[in-house]
Design a binder for this molecule. Structure first.
Ligand code: GLC
Length: 627
């Protein structure tokens, strides 16, 4: 750091000299002795990223530096604010859509408008716009919606993960955005946690491999000339660290049951993903032994930036810093800046962040070198992200749009591979295609709101409204019922009943049960038993005497030990997303079941609450084939 400091002071001196000379074409260009305009080195893409950072940083005022460190939400900032305050980044929270509509062009125009504000500042430093594209570009209507991560963990296909990342990145770029807050690297240890489905596996070794593959898909490979550029985006591995280790699975809770050595196992996926090129890391809301990780200098600076050698930027979670000292904004900002966070996701109180941080520096409670470290990292990623050369949306990608057949085919493959066959009495599966009468039961069989789960169009999913009633047509795609109808032969009769009435007389019933959509703390549960509506549905179909193939559409294993005996077949379908046809592909045997559980399936809540994995209903790694 000292070396860099010395370099900076020399550069500052030289820069001051240069600035004394006539400057034309904006404050950062100069004219040489022959009157020829020389562009400032930081604007020269032929120079290395480090040289460009080293040239730009000393040019910046403290105000400009602090402006780079804050990320307001799109609905609390204007292009003019970005220009006046030199804001460095903007985000869309879950469901925070452009006011003009939800097509790729609406997004691209909105982001470009913000960008014009940034590009009109003294130094023209572009913003980086971030969004949660966590199972496809899930805020955008018509985007390809992939299975949530718990299903991808069951598929456990690294090449597929990379293709999912590439497809997602391309659809994010189609909206003018170059940064996604994904993937989650948590290895959830208590499935009561509402974010279990955002985890690939209970085993951090699986999570490291799958998350790193997704990072490579999103960003491109490190030696790829289009690394973070073109159709690629910057990833944000999250939430560092231990978000899946909290007591009782409490979202944003406290990690108390694990030793430092055990927590190390959950740091390993970050090491692996950083090696794969991850360029941003988001900090967890949770605490370790009572210390909020947003204020944990050891974890963020000594471990992440030190031991793991992370050189990208560290971003806070949404109002995460303020949880450090809930009644003292100044103390929260002081501790989170000094802990090593670089970019602050402070959706509304971003002006207060700027004034507070400036005052902390003036009082010597936050050092300028800490500010310089943060801004160096932010600028580094922006240069890598190609934002200085191509700050605006790629209109060819915007025109190509989202949700094309090629990406949907990848998603359908992922759905197929994610299905886990847990029971198949008398080989009732695969279903027969001809001369059979199939009865499909349950509202969840024909409803995209249920099928896609949380983080879809809105934060909580299910409907555009906050916690609305899950909507059948929330997104375009194929429901499980539509997939069954498509796949069944022309001589096959497929009947459907939301409440299970009318099963009698059919050869087989496909009964879809599961969870309503939820996200984060809204999915925390004390009891993971089947919903009463599903128990009633199962009992009604059971009473008809028709054999039952049960599909559980949920964000995690659920307690169904008692009901299992009545099921002739059971499939864990997880949260398939837009391409529900992939479920029919394996039900009818066009593709073999290959999914294996990436989580232990408990018999009862006691086993969950005591972390007892000795005698589960189904072991991690279990999954049947039909032949
Ligand atoms: C949320 C989540 C985080 C997400 C962020 C922005 O609270 O914890 O995963 O990226 O806010 O939506």
């Amino acid at each position: 750091m000292v070396k860099r400091g010395l370099k900076h002071s020399i550069l500052t001196g030289l820069t001051l000299l240069a600035l004394v000379g006539t400057s034309i074409g904006g404050p950062s260009n100069t004219v040489d002795a022959r009157g020829k305009e020389k562009i400032a080195p930081y604007k020269n893409p032929k120079l290395s990223v480090e040289k460009r950072v080293d040239d730009l940083l000393p040019r910046m005022t403290l105000d400009e530096k602090i402006g780079q460190m804050v990320q307001p939400e799109r609905n609390s900032v204007t292009a003019n604010d970005i220009k006046v305050y030199g804001i460095g980044s903007v985000l869309s929270g879950g469901g925070s859509l452009p006011t003009t509509g939800n097509k790729p062009a609406d997004w691209a125009n909105m982001v470009d408008d913000f960008q014009r504000g940034a590009r009109s500042t003294r130094l023209g430093i572009p913003i980086i716009y971030g969004i949660d594209a966590v199972h496809g570009h899930n805020n955008v209507y018509g985007a390809t919606i992939f299975p949530h991560n718990i299903g991808l963990g069951a598929a456990n296909d690294l090449k597929l993960m990379k293709r999912i990342g590439q497809a997602t990145a391309e659809e994010v770029r189609a909206t003018g955005i170059s940064y996604t807050f994904a993937p989650v690297l948590a290895a959830p240890q208590n499935i009561r946690w509402g974010r279990t489905y955002e985890g690939y596996s209970e085993d951090p070794k699986d999570t490291g491999k799958l998350g790193s593959a997704l990072v490579e898909g999103l960003q491109g490979e490190k030696n790829d000339p289009d690394f973070l550029k073109g159709k690629h985006v910057a990833a944000s591995i999250k939430h560092f660290v231990g978000d899946g280790l909290t007591e009782g699975g409490d979202d944003q809770g406290n990690v108390t049951e694990y030793t430092e050595k055990e927590i190390q196992k959950h740091i390993k996926p970050y090491k692996e993903a950083i090696k794969a090129g991850a360029r941003t890391v988001m900090v967890t809301y949770s605490s370790i032994n009572g210390l909020k990780t947003h204020g944990d200098y050891h974890m963020i600076t000594e471990v992440l930036k030190g031991e793991l050698g992370f050189t990208g930027f560290v971003i806070s979670d949404y109002n995460g810093p303020q949880q450090i000292a809930p009644n003292d904004f100044r103390e929260s900002i002081k501790r989170s800046v000094n802990a090593g966070i670089d970019l602050f996701m402070i959706p509304n109180d971003w002006r207060q962040f700027i004034t507070t941080t400036k005052e902390l520096v003036a009082k010597g409670e936050v050092s300028e070198s800490r500010i310089d470290d943060a801004v160096t990292r932010i600028l580094r990623v922006k240069f890598e992200n190609g934002l200085f050369e191509k700050p605006y949306a790629d209109q060819d990608l915007v025109a190509k749009g989202v949700g094309g057949a090629e990406h949907r085919a990848i998603a359908r493959e992922a759905v197929r591979k994610s299905q886990v066959l847990l029971k198949n009495k008398n080989h009732i599966l695969p279903l027969q295609k001809k001369n059979s009468k199939i009865f499909v039961a349950g509202k969840k069989a024909d409803n995209m709101g249920y099928q896609a789960g949380g983080w879809t169009i809105s934060w909580q999913g299910g409907s555009p409204q906050w916690m609305g009633k899950p909507e059948k047509d929330l997104i375009p795609g194929t429901t499980i019922l539509e997939g069954i109808k498509e796949k069944a032969g022309k001589n096959t009769k497929v009947d459907f009943s939301e409440d299970g009435t009318g099963a009698k007389g059919h050869d087989v019933a496909v009964v879809v049960i599961g969870e309503p959509p939820y996200a984060e703390m809204f999915g925390d549960r004390d009891d993971l038993g089947l919903l009463q509506e599903d128990i009633d549905l199962l009992n009604k179909v059971k009473a008809s005497g028709v054999p039952m193939v049960v599909l559980l559409q949920s964000g995690r294993p659920m307690i169904l030990t008692e009901q299992l005996k009545d099921m002739d077949a059971l499939v864990a379908s997880w949260l398939p997303g837009s391409e529900g046809g992939g479920v029919a592909d394996v039900l009818f045997g066009d593709y073999q079941f290959t999914g294996k559980l990436s989580f232990t399936w408990p018999r009862n809540m006691e086993q969950i609450n005591t972390h007892d994995k000795t005698n589960p209903l189904f072991k991690k790694g279990f999954g049947l084939r039909t032949k």
